[in-house]
Design a protein around this ligand. Structure first.
Ligand SMILES: [Zn+2]
Length: 493
């Protein structure tokens, strides 16, 4: 039986976030070798779940080797990059001979210093030189990747999820297995080419089922029907990484036809550039968004784009909470990462009243701490499970010790001890709350929360808050991005 190795290193690195990402974050979340990887992913919705299931169905032996992942956060320190790469290649060295690889870099891994700024490209290139040119390597990335030429050169095929929120990760894992299986049988020769325009799609415009992305995906789907095309991907890009390859791109895989692959990637990019003005985004202020939310039948979900936890932001922005608190005429739920306030509220005990200074502590871009007298409602261990397919494909969640407090002005605040990406309604329901009891549910994200919140909300409004993931990329100062590049500068097309 032919053996296929599985390697992954998944982090969305926000180089504008103040706190660097260290090895401890990976240790706390996922730093796994060998059979531990099966335990974490078997039966789940992640691409690695798809790798495991697909390989078994294809009668190939899955050899899970290394997996590291942690929630999106700041640049990965140099020492952590070194440790992760060393662990990965140590584990690889211990595996017996392999016939192919399924790999999963995020695509927006960014480490400290010039060697590791394109961390994905670094380890994929190292893997390619380790195994030689003839072993197939098929790669699955997040469409929030900043795809680099090194990444494309190192792999035989690159496949990005086709949905945002990401609900097709497992399916893409299966697609990757199919390419590896057919290549190992000698039936296909995957050949890929990519196009890297000087262009980035605003995060607010990256919903794949919505205009203006929808027609681009329709074009991509139409290309899949053309003879010789094995796979294609729109890579939306991740604006919050100050790296040379920051931006949107397209990659096409054909059966041994590099010119066709290049032409089709160019066609996808032409569509992006011709419609570039549509991808710039819309900016609704906090007060306008809250006005809109209180004038509609609730609950209304306000998406806090500047504090997009899934994009590496602080998770403690108070900007929308301040507005709800100031008005005092509505009800709102907000989750804030604030260990210190959590500890104090928990210590005071359920039923106690105390004054807390909540959130706004990570840096000065996410609002001032919200100072208010609160009543302690409940305490929780913060863990919960999600059985539905949700953005990210994970099923186990851990917000750390969590305490719920309320203010007399209508706010309910869940104080957590870990940053939590709100991809599951468990953020609300696991602490004993009913979403329908609120006029406003604040979710700190842009597209990731949609699958969970859309079924229980009458409307979702994307709010232009400041923060480490502010929607308008033109508000960040880059040192490494290409110039000129749209929408920072105009470009010719
Ligand atoms: Zn993503």
């Amino acid at each position: 039986m032919k053996r296929v190795g599985i390697l992954s290193l998944i982090h969305e690195s926000n180089t504008f976030a103040v706190s660097p990402t260290r090895i401890e974050s990976f240790e706390q979340d996922n730093l796994l070798v060998g059979h531990e990887i099966r335990g974490a992913f078997e039966g789940g919705h992640h691409q690695i779940s798809g790798f495991l299931e697909g390989l078994e169905q294809a009668n190939l032996e899955a050899v899970p080797i290394f997996h590291a992942s942690t929630s999106p956060s700041g640049t990965i320190t140099k020492a952590t990059c070194e440790t992760l790469i060393e662990m990965m290649f140590d584990a690889l060295g211990k595996a017996r001979e392999l016939d192919g690889f399924l790999v999963s870099p995020h695509g927006a891994n960014a480490g400290e210093g010039p060697d590791y700024r394109d961390l994905d490209g670094f380890w994929l290139e190292k893997l390619r030189s380790h195994v030689g040119p003839d072993i197939p390597i098929v790669c699955v990335i997040d469409p929030h990747a900043n795809l680099s030429e090194r990444m494309v050169a190192a792999c035989d095929a690159t496949i990005a999820y086709r949905s945002n929120p990401h609900l097709d990760q497992k399916e893409r894992g299966h697609e990757a297995v199919d390419l590896v299986a057919l290549t190992l049988k000698g039936e296909i020769r995957p050949t890929q080419r990519a196009t890297f325009p000087r262009f980035g799609i605003n995060i607010e415009r990256q919903g794949t089922t919505l205009w203006p992305c929808l027609p681009l995906y329709e074009l991509a789907n139409e290309q899949l029907g053309r003879p010789g095309v094995l796979s294609n991907s729109v890579v939306l890009g991740f604006p919050y990484s100050d790296v040379e390859e920051m931006g949107s791109s397209a990659v096409v895989v054909t059966d041994g036809d590099p010119d066709l692959a290049q032409n089709l990637a160019d066609e996808l990019v032409s569509y992006m550039l011709e419609h570039r003005a549509e991808f710039v985004g819309e900016y609704i202020s906090v007060s306008a968004a809250v006005d809109q939310a209180v004038s509609t039948k609730g609950p209304v979900c306000l998406l806090d784009m500047g504090d997009n936890v899934g994009g590496g932001s602080a998770a403690d922005s108070t900007l929308i909470a301040h507005e709800i608190h100031r008005r005092g005429d509505t009800t709102g739920f907000v989750c804030l990462f604030d260990r210190e306030s959590q500890d104090r509220a928990r210590e005071a005990g359920v039923g106690a009243r105390l004054t807390l200074s909540m959130g706004g502590k990570t840096d000065d871009r996410h609002g001032d701490p919200l100072e208010a007298e609160v009543t302690v409602k409940s305490t929780h261990d913060g863990t919960f499970e999600e059985s539905e397919v949700r953005h990210g494909g994970y099923t186990h969640f851990d917000m750390g010790a969590t305490t719920v407090v309320t203010t007399a002005t209508g706010l309910t605040i869940s104080l957590t001890s870990r940053r939590t990406v709100p991809v599951s309604l468990g953020v609300v329901t696991s602490v004993g709350l009913d979403p329908s009891d609120f006029q406003i549910l604040v979710a700190k994200g842009v597209h990731a929360p949609v699958a969970a919140y859309e079924p229980v909300c009458t409307e979702l409004v994307r709010v232009n808050t400041t923060g480490a993931t502010a929607a308008d990329m033109r508000t960040f100062e880059y040192q490494h991005r290409r110039c000129p590049m749209y929408p920072f500068e105009d470009i010719k097309h």
